[in-house]
Design a protein around this ligand. Structure first.
Ligand SMILES: CC(C)(COP(=O)(O)OP(=O)(O)OC[C@H]1O[C@@H](n2cnc3c(N)ncnc32)[C@H](O)[C@@H]1OP(=O)(O)O)[C@@H](O)C(=O)NCCC(=O)NCCS
Length: 177
């Protein structure tokens, strides 16, 4: 298992802080489920087709933590979990040059530690895990309007590829105006 112990990331005051990125365990599930809801809330701003309420889930986190085909990690600062992410090895489309890719998901950093490069450390660890499994192609999805997340991924070397387009066919209600 890979971890990035003692990685230094900068604070806004330029004081380095030591962030440890380690594999998640089932004991982390409660905070991870809270992070999942925070991601869904953040993305509701970009997608009004996401259902309201707390019974909305993006991931099977318990299954991903247990899966040998996935690596769920948490970023810790002084034993506090401040961020998360996972990589999941998936088969690629048959027309592509690579057979498999690693899909990044569940990227989250708590608001008070954003903008300090924590996401970059999480991505580095997940890329190293993917490479150690012989997978050399990384993939992720991000809302086009989520500029903060796009900037974070671009800093880690990711480029935009496909843009998903949508249109609702139901008439707009008064609430949409
Ligand atoms: C996307 C996310 C994981 C990035 O994590 P991060 O560790 O803050 O990433 P970075 O430190 O690389 O910062 C990325 C950008 O955040 C913005 N940022 C900087 N300081 C910030 C702060 N104090 N608060 C919020 N955003 C800030 C900047 O645009 C920065 O880019 P820049 O350094 O080129 O100016 C985090 O913003 C997050 O959890 N967002 C909510 C959930 C989400 O959208 N997840 C992604 C789903 S695809």
């Amino acid at each position: 298992m890979l971890s990035m112990r003692g990685s230094r990331v900068s604070t806004q005051q330029e004081q380095p802080m030591t962030v440890n990125v380690r594999p998640a365990t089932q004991d982390d599930l409660q905070i991870l489920l809270e992070f999942e809801q925070a991601i869904i809330d953040a993305e509701r701003l970009f997608d009004d087709t996401i259902r309201d309420g707390f019974d909305v889930n993006y991931y099977d986190l318990e299954g991903l933590i247990a899966s040998p085909e996935a690596e769920v990690v948490v970023a810790e600062l002084d034993s506090e979990i401040i961020g998360s992410g996972f990589a999941k090895i998936e088969p690629s489309e048959s027309y592509l040059k690579h057979d498999q890719h690693s899909y990044l998901g569940f990227m989250y950093v708590i608001p008070k530690h954003r903008g300090k490069g924590v996401n970059g450390k999480i991505v580095e660890v997940l890329e190293a895990w993917s490479a150690s499994r012989g997978v050399n192609e990384m993939k992720l999805e991000v809302y086009a309007d989520n500029i903060t997340a796009r900037k974070a991924y671009e800093k880690s070397g990711y480029n935009s590829l496909i843009l998903t387009m949508r249109k609702g066919l139901l008439p707009k209600t008064k609430n949409d105006l």
